[in-house]
Design a protein around this ligand. Structure first.
Ligand SMILES: Cc1cc2nc3c(=O)[nH]c(=O)nc-3n(C[C@H](O)[C@H](O)[C@H](O)COP(=O)(O)OP(=O)(O)OC[C@H]3O[C@@H](n4cnc5c(N)ncnc54)[C@H](O)[C@@H]3O)c2cc1C
Length: 575
């Protein structure tokens, strides 16, 4: 460890552990990005989180919190300090009468589900997987597919965060409400979420059913029951087959019934598909045939020929197998624009530029299947809306997700051209991107235009709770108007900018990229760091300079605004 960090660490309470390692290689689940943080820290208590935040501030380091690393972009990459709450993963309180549950923020959904079930409870809604941490799910606006639900974070009643000054703050609809709305989609840029309180639902089983439709049937039923006849519905569109797999699920009292097994559906099908995708890297024109073969083997070659059904606990039945490493590019648009979006994209992929009205050539371009079609409706709940919620404010939302697999971690050749055209269409239809995913053609100016005052509000709260940019990195600077161009050095001294990205080049890393930050602390003279600490200490309100942080702010006076100017740490010797 850097001797300067070791020296600063000695000034903090030795009774509070500091669990850090120096040789961690971080990567996203899809191995799209890798980075080597200077320290990888796994706190086990709120005091440990407060201590590491204090230490980071004194050492002038940026902090990134990572959950399970399922966001496929460079959002969680850093060369500074990476904090992970996998050891901070307990259920703290369950009230079976009200359904209110409080958990430590690092708990993964697959850990939470079975423990809740023992208490007769479950989450209202799930996305495709349950690998994520609850804080990660909230931070990027994760959603499932149901018009009876909005974002998964709809069930959240309150959050506790450790801010850049080390202060622990609670927020909810009534307590620090602006902070709550900002923290509901925080993108990791507000502080470290340490506890989450949510309202669980009575545990339920779902009866699900899956069958093949023609695309014309999907479009003709679009407004007449496709999305409204069942609580949970998702559609996998097969663009070359002009067909779709329609899956729907409802709560049921029927007895459990395991999903049927067939000889192809398990590991045989998995490996055949993977190798066909790998072959298509060299001969992309086979992709329509791959789609026909793989989806035909799995779901039948004709609409209605094979119907798959099962009854499972919702925590299992709502999930799906996402197979291989992938790029995902998902956008939220008004549900009523779905038929137009699908018709134009379909026309483009089939070379009909007149219908497509997309100003890019699809010549020689072949893409992967499925394009995921999902829905949500965040207008049904009276709960406060996250400032950065990408769903529609005034009606149901459609999510279109252009998935591209990366067989054996190799990027598909169509990647950049496909996403350029897809994103162009999405923007033309007034869509907004899912924050966690691989969108590339937007910048902070356009995202500001898409969010207007909501973005201003989010930025205001963010600036108040983290005025030095301790929780900001290149991803935030690229996509959010966090700072005026060229001003960040002075305004946000702790922000981490990207120095370079290059192929990792390691065995088993495929085309994964190593992201490298600017490590600006290496260039700051020690005297500057020490002065900046002195300045900060001098700013402390007299009555706070050496007292420990209180467990939470009281009332709803948004008191973090005041505290962010000073240090609320756990010093023993002072500095
Ligand atoms: C296979 C797969 C399937 C997916 N399915 C869906 C889906 O169905 N629906 C959907 O909407 N999305 C889906 N996603 C996206 C995924 O839900 C989000 O990327 C989610 O944010 C991942 O959670 P995580 O715990 O991995 O967070 P990470 O990816 O590790 O982090 C995401 C963000 O959360 C922040 N963060 C994490 N923990 C904390 C904390 N304690 N305090 C403050 N900030 C924190 C990070 O700093 C970062 O900004 C999927 C992704 C994959 C790879």
């Amino acid at each position: 460890m850097d001797p300067f960090i070791a020296r600063e660490l000695e000034k903090l309470d030795p009774a509070v552990p500091f669990h850090a390692t120096t040789d961690h290689l971080h990567h996203t689940w899809a191995k799209t990005f890798f980075s080597r943080p200077e320290l990888y820290i796994r706190p086990r208590s709120i005091e440990e989180v407060q201590k590491l935040v204090t230490l980071a501030r004194r050492c002038r380091r940026r902090l990134v919190t990572v959950g399970s690393g399922h966001s496929p972009s460079d959002l969680t990459c850093t060369s500074a300090w990476l904090v992970n709450l996998d050891d901070f993963n307990r259920i703290l309180h369950v009230d079976t009468d009200t359904g209110l549950v409080t958990v430590q923020a690092g708990i993964r959904l697959y850990q939470l589900g079975p423990q809740l079930e023992e208490q007769g409870l479950t989450l209202d809604n799930l996305g495709s997987i349950d690998s994520q941490s609850i804080a990660g799910v909230i931070a990027t606006g994760t959603h499932g597919s149901s018009l009876r639900h909005g974002l998964l974070s709809e069930c959240i009643e309150g959050l506790s965060l450790v801010l850049a000054n080390g202060e622990l703050v609670r927020c909810s609809a009534t307590d620090n409400p602006d902070l709550f709305r900002a923290a509901l989609v925080s993108l990791g840029a507000l502080g470290i979420v340490v506890e989450v309180t949510f309202k669980a639902r009575r545990a339920f089983n779902v009866a699900w059913r899956q069958e093949r439709y023609s695309l014309s049937k999907v479009l003709s039923e679009w407004s007449t029951g496709l999305w409204t006849s069942h609580e949970f519905v998702r559609v996998w569109w097969m663009p070359y087959e002009k067909g779709a797999i329609v899956w729907h699920a409802d709560p049921t009292d029927k007895p459990l019934q395991a999903p049927p097994k067939n000889f192809y559906g398990g590991s045989l099908g998995y490996h055949i598909y993977h190798n066909l995708l790998a072959l298509a890297q060299y001969v992309p024109r086979i992709l329509p045939w791959v789609e026909w073969f793989v989806f035909g083997m799995q779901y039948g070659f004709r609409p209605g020929a094979v119907v798959t059904e099962a009854v499972q606990p919702s925590r299992q039945g709502l999930l799906m197998n996402c197979l291989y490493s992938q790029f995902v590019n998902e956008w939220a648009l008004p549900l009523e624009r779905g038929p137009e979006a699908i018709t134009r994209l379909s026309a483009w992929l089939h070379g009909d530029l007149e219908t497509a009205r997309i100003p890019f050539s699809p010549k020689g371009l072949w893409v992967h299947c499925p394009i995921e079609v999902r829905v949500s409706d965040s207008t049904v709940s009276p709960k406060p809306r996250p400032f950065l919620d990408p769903t529609c404010r005034d009606g149901p939302t459609l999510y279109l997700n252009a998935t591209l697999y990366r067989p054996y971690l190799r990027d598909p050749p169509c990647w950049k051209r496909y996403y350029e055209a897809f994103e162009w269409l999405m923007r033309d239809l007034g869509a907004r991107p899912h924050w966690a995913k691989n969108f590339t053609t937007l910048d902070s100016t356009e995202l500001q235009r898409l969010y207007k005052e909501d973005m201003d509000q989010w930025l205001k709260v963010r600036g108040e709770v983290d005025p030095q940019g301790m929780f900001l990195g290149e991803w935030h600077c690229r996509n959010l108007p966090v700072v005026a161009p060229l001003a960040e050095e002075a305004e946000l001294p702790l922000v981490e900018r990207e120095r370079e990205r290059r192929p990792l080049g390691a065995r088993n890393a495929g085309d994964g990229v190593e992201w490298m930050g600017d490590r600006r602390w290496q260039h700051a003279p020690l005297s500057e760091i020490e002065n900046s600490q002195k300045d900060k200490a001098d700013e402390l309100p007299a009555d706070r300079s050496s007292s420990p942080s209180p467990p939470a702010t009281e009332g709803s006076d948004e008191s973090y605004e005041v505290l962010s100017k000073g240090e609320a740490s756990i010093l023993v010797h002072g500095a």
